[in-house]
Design a protein around this ligand. Structure first.
Ligand code: MV4
Length: 448
């Protein structure tokens, strides 16, 4: 096991990683920015190192300063958490070169799955369903027009190295396709330094279903069942739940097993999530693979009993997976609500500043992952998520009743948060009856 893990992140995930590290007997070092001087999570660290001013580009994204901190503090591993450097294959390689273990997949596996074209090709080879479309990168618009004619409009143009919805264009005819290829390519060059784009069939009314997977360096790869993350706004997830409700057991088994096969074929070590879109007939298609621990990992932890963050550390240290596929059992239902310091009644305006009220709910089946307490000042520099409320029940109905009670008990102020949105969202027939698609929250918010 590692002696000392450097946590290259902040907030609730920094706390989550340190708790898992301590349980494994590892010491922890936190790097932090000047804006996070008073971060309550730093109190749990055995040591802390300031790596620069507030803006991420000057601190949390600086390879050189993070590596220097790891070397000075003699950390033998770095956990990147999510966001920041978690999916950066270059940073991963720099860690390798400096003989510091990056807690995550090898740079090769990360790069192979991070390239959406390469990932889709591997999925096709392993029998994981993907959308029909171009076999690889679009070399000229004529070629794309022929493919689109063949699969039928609408189609979607996507950047191979895109993310967060950027470098994506929907086309309903050949004219839109040509314009979409040009603008998606431009946007991808500017944002990701690589203009490779591909084309596939566009699915209109879809649910977002994803499969949590774990792999190790001994050739083992398992799935930890699935989650539904359909309730989102502008590519920011709001609510996640697991197992994904209203999916036939045979479909669920197929989607989960195909995700595990893909991870196995990539010789993947660590936590990964395979994202799928699912249509109303429960046909599913792989979108992409996230090569990190995700925000919504607690949903899966609760329904499977597997500590995903601890497992990510164990496999990085060369240990085999802590569980075998046949020992993973589904238990009940869990729902996670992202509590963001944003005002849902004012176009989700960020609410930085001092928190005076922060009363978290508790009790049976309630988990709150947060770094916030009364008196904490939310800096304006980072992601607005200040807490996650996760509820568990024996079934979805019980989890929903528990969510209703816990959301009512949760008090924050003076800034607005997404708590009020969640209280309303769980009362909609769409959420209660799982009559959801990836745009339903946006349509619902417009009518409010
Ligand atoms: C799609 C799609 C429909 N059809 N691909 C959005 C970001 C990236 N992860 C992939 N995305 C989509 N790909 C096909 N062939 C619709 C989306 C999409 C979406 C997917 C998941 C969650 C939210 C979304 C919001 C808008 C569009």
């Amino acid at each position: 096991m590692f002696k000392r893990i450097l946590v290259a992140n902040r907030g609730e995930i920094a706390l989550r990683i340190m708790r898992a590290a301590r349980e494994l007997g590892c010491e922890t070092v936190c790097v932090y920015s000047e804006a996070d001087r008073d971060g309550p999570w730093l109190e749990l660290a055995d040591a802390k190192v300031c790596i620069g001013p507030g803006p991420s580009a000057d601190s949390y994204l600086r390879f050189d300063r993070i590596i220097a901190a790891a070397e000075t503090m003699e950390a033998d591993a770095i956990h990147p958490g999510y966001g920041f450097l978690a999916e950066n294959a270059q940073f991963n390689e720099v860690c390798n070169d400096c003989r510091i273990r990056f807690i995550g997949p090898s740079p090769e596996a990360m790069a192979a799955l991070g390239d959406k074209i390469a990932c889709k090709r591997l999925a096709r080879e392993t029998g994981t369903p993907v959308f029909p479309g171009s076999d690889g990168q679009i070399e000229d618009p004529e070629e794309a027009a022929v493919i689109a004619q063949d699969i039928g409009y609408p189609v979607i143009v996507k950047a191979a190295f895109g993310g967060g919805g950027r470098g994506m264009r929907i086309a309903h005819d050949e004219q839109e396709l040509r314009a979409g290829i040009a603008s998606a390519t431009q946007e991808a060059v500017a944002a990701f330094g690589n203009g490779a784009v591909y084309v596939e069939k566009f699915l209109e009314r879809a649910r977002h279903v994803e499969v949590q997977c774990l792999g190790d360096d001994h050739g083992n790869a398992i799935h930890l069942y699935n989650r539904d993350c359909t309730s989102q706004r502008r590519h920011q997830k709001l609510v996640e739940e697991g197992p994904a409700p209203n999916i036939d057991q045979d479909v669920r088994d197929r989607v989960c097993e195909s995700a595990a096969s893909l991870i196995r074929a990539a010789r993947y070590s660590g936590a990964a999530t395979c994202e799928f879109l699912m249509d109303q007939q429960q046909q599913f298609y792989m979108l992409e693979v996230n090569t990190r621990v995700q925000v919504e990992h607690p949903v899966t932890e609760w329904i499977t009993g597997v500590d995903i963050v601890k497992a990510s550390i164990q496999v990085a240290a060369g240990e085999p997976l802590p569980v075998k596929q046949e020992d993973v059992r589904l238990n009940g239902h869990a729902i996670e609500f992202r509590i963001n310091a944003e005002d849902p009644d004012r176009d989700f305006m960020p609410q930085a500043g001092v928190v005076d009220t922060f009363n978290v709910p508790g009790g049976f089946g309630i988990r709150v992952d947060t770094h916030v307490r009364p008196g904490y000042r939310i800096p304006p520099n980072y992601d607005s998520m200040i807490a996650k409320l996760i509820v568990h029940g024996r079934n979805r109905e019980e989890a929903l009743a528990r969510a209703r009670s816990a959301l009512a008990e949760f008090r924050t102020g003076p800034g607005a948060t997404t708590l009020s949105l969640h209280r309303r969202l769980i009362e909609t027939p769409q959420f209660q009856n799982v009559d959801m698609d990836i745009h339903w929250v946006e349509r619902w918010l417009e009518k409010q």
